[in-house]
Design a protein. Structure first.
Length: 117
């Protein structure tokens, strides 16, 4: 069983920054991509950012230009630098890993990010 350990969530004022990190405890297979999704109360889970093993990134439209995803392949770790945070960024943020050759992703427990106005 793979455990995804997330850290870095918390409470911040609008305009502030937070950095999330997520480490996969071990590899089942090769990692195709790692990423972050978020879910606000009453809303569907949505993509925040995703990065492939080759470094290709894609972002949700609402975070482009403010958030940056990066990864350390050797440490099975993905980071999410969140700048210029807005109250609408408030959500539980989930780390995810896509495995090469396996259906479905591994998911972390989630970390709460709260942005006050």
């Amino acid at each position: 069983q793979v455990q995804l350990v997330e850290s870095g969530g918390g409470l911040v004022q609008a305009g502030g920054s937070l950095r999330l990190s997520c480490t996969a405890s071990r590899r089942i297979f090769s990692i195709n991509a790692m990423g972050w999704y978020r879910q606000a109360p009453g809303k569907q889970r949505e993509l925040v950012a995703r990065i492939t093993s080759g470094g290709t990134t894609n972002y949700g439209d609402s975070v482009k230009g403010r958030f940056t995803i990066s990864r350390d392949n050797a440490k099975n770790t993905v980071f999410l630098q969140m700048n210029s945070l807005k109250p609408e960024d408030t959500a539980v943020y989930y780390c995810t890993v896509e495995w090469v050759g396996l259906p479905g992703n591994s998911w972390g427990q989630g970390t709460q990010v709260t942005v006050s106005s």
